[in-house]
Write a protein of this length. Structure first.
Length: 107
């Protein structure tokens, strides 16, 4: 099994800035995220240091949550947000009558 991820808040901020799609990620944001992870017992502070690590059980929990979000929750939400069949927003019964009336008037 791979070693648990370790590092400081600055290491996390530097790593996230190198990822595509994350332009600005400050150490303040990284510190906030670490506090949230510590509160959920997903990151643990090393004794007498500024380093943190992710225990193996927490890594499994994080992997399960990410998998659930990407493969279950996202498709369900995408299905809910899909447009419904029928008339588009620009078409109404009144606009159909208008086209019919104008065609009859033109002869």
């Amino acid at each position: 099994m791979a070693a648990a991820p370790r590092g400081t808040v600055a290491d996390l901020a530097a790593k996230v800035q190198t990822l595509p799609g994350h332009v600005v990620y400050t150490t303040r944001q990284a510190a906030y995220d670490i506090r949230k992870l510590r509160g959920k017992h997903l990151a643990v502070r090393q004794d007498r240091s500024r380093s943190y690590h992710v225990p193996p059980q927490a890594a499994r929990t994080i992997a399960a949550l990410l998998t659930l979000r990407e493969h279950v929750i996202a498709p369900i939400l995408a299905g809910i947000r899909s447009p419904r069949m029928g008339r588009s927003a620009g078409q109404s019964a009144r606009s159909g009558h208008y086209r019919l009336d104008s065609a009859l008037l033109r002869g």
